[in-house]
Write a protein that binds this ligand. Structure first.
Ligand SMILES: Cc1ncc(COP(=O)(O)O)c(C=O)c1O
Length: 351
């Protein structure tokens, strides 16, 4: 008998999520935007006098869905807004999975998929990515879950999946296929324009990464009208607050910052890769704003050593297939140089 026996069995093994002591550390651990908050969102939040904060927000974030519809050439009812795309993942599990149903995810991938699937009483079927961290289409399809969830670009490995593989899965998989485009802006591609073509495609996106609004918790899904209606009926009404909605609309109407962000990442990625390789890291190809790299010294020594010097990167080194690997955000030249300098110090202190 353990204290945890009072918990629902499907969540009894849960541990708290990553929650580092931040202080004034340089955060290169969360793949967020290092350029600071989206300026148009900040400007929108500088005057809140038009907001009726005594009233509830729009139940389904109609203003934001209208803006999304105009941006993507779809209808507002193709979109379901969430408090972060994590809420959209939760909505999908709640909406389409029965207790003990299976959901297919690639491995290695985003750890919170397992969290939401288990939390909703589902079982995770993890299907290995191939040696290049690409999809094994046959194995994914044969895994036969009710739902499949995959990020492209994949987190934490970095590479985007081939669109032809995703389309083949959409055609052959009998359940819902969720393509998580959290880092999609960095690839310049999206499956959103194709949602009406498929009866089983849901694309989810976040405003936490390129849009630089992680603190406001805004995400959304795009799908055909039928699926979107089902998910709207399940989602928690009013989950996106009035301030976040206003800021998100302003950010979506101003692409200049996104272009600048994508340019900054593209310019700095090869420089960062080269410097890391010269230090003895093995880097993996990435299409996102982060890099997975195998450390030349024990991963814990590197991550803890950097933390002591005020730089946070994310440790994946204890995970199968990511042995001794760490993930870091691709920053500006100045920020990357600080991170690299501290890495050099930790590595030389270790040897
Ligand atoms: C692949 C992937 N999906 C979803 C999320 C969650 O995004 P949000 O902040 O919108 O909940 C993340 C965050 O790191 C992610 O990496």
């Amino acid at each position: 008998m353990s204290d945890r026996d009072i918990m629902r069995s499907s969540v009894r093994h849960f541990q708290r999520y990553y929650s580092p002591d931040i202080g004034d550390a340089l955060r290169m651990d969360t793949s967020t935007n290092v350029l600071g908050p989206h300026p148009a969102a900040l400007a929108a939040l500088s005057d809140l006098s038009d907001l009726n904060l005594n009233q509830y927000p729009s139940t389904y974030s109609d203003g934001l869905r209208q803006t999304l519809a105009e941006k993507y050439g779809l209808r507002p009812d193709n979109f379901v807004v969430g408090a972060g795309s994590d809420e959209n993942i939760d909505i999908i599990c709640k909406c389409f999975m029965e207790w003990q149903d299976s959901a297919v995810v690639p491995y290695p991938s985003y750890s919170l998929y397992d969290f939401f699937i288990n939390m909703n009483g589902g079982r995770v079927i993890a299907v290995e990515l191939d040696d290049e961290f690409q999809l094994d289409v046959d194995s994914m399809v044969k895994a036969k879950g009710k739902v499949m969830i995959m990020p492209s670009p994949n987190n934490p490995t970095g590479a985007a999946f081939r669109e032809k593989d995703i389309v083949e899965i959409l055609d052959r998989f009998p359940g819902i296929v969720v393509v998580d485009e959290a880092y999609g802006e960095f690839t310049g591609r999206s499956m959103i324009p194709r949602v009406d073509e498929f009866d089983n495609l849901i694309v989810i996106k976040t405003m936490s990464k390129a849009y630089a609004l992680a603190g406001l918790r805004v995400g959304f899904s795009a799908s055909n009208l039928k699926l979107a209606d089902m998910m709207s009926c399940v989602k928690i009404p009013y989950s996106l607050n009035t301030l976040s909605e206003k800021a998100a609309i302003a950010a979506l109407l101003d692409d200049e910052f996104i272009h600048r962000t994508v340019r900054m990442v593209r310019e700095n990625k090869p420089l960062l890769e080269k410097e890391l390789q010269e230090m003895g890291f093995q880097t993996y190809p990435t299409d996102g704003n982060f890099l997975l790299a195998c450390s030349p010294i024990p991963h814990r020594t590197l991550v803890e050593g950097l933390k002591a010097k005020g730089v946070l990167i994310r440790d994946f080194g204890s995970k199968r297939r990511l042995e001794n690997c760490v993930r870091m955000t691709i920053g500006t030249k100045e920020l990357n140089d600080i991170m690299l300098e501290k890495m050099r110090e930790v590595i030389s202190e270790c040897r």
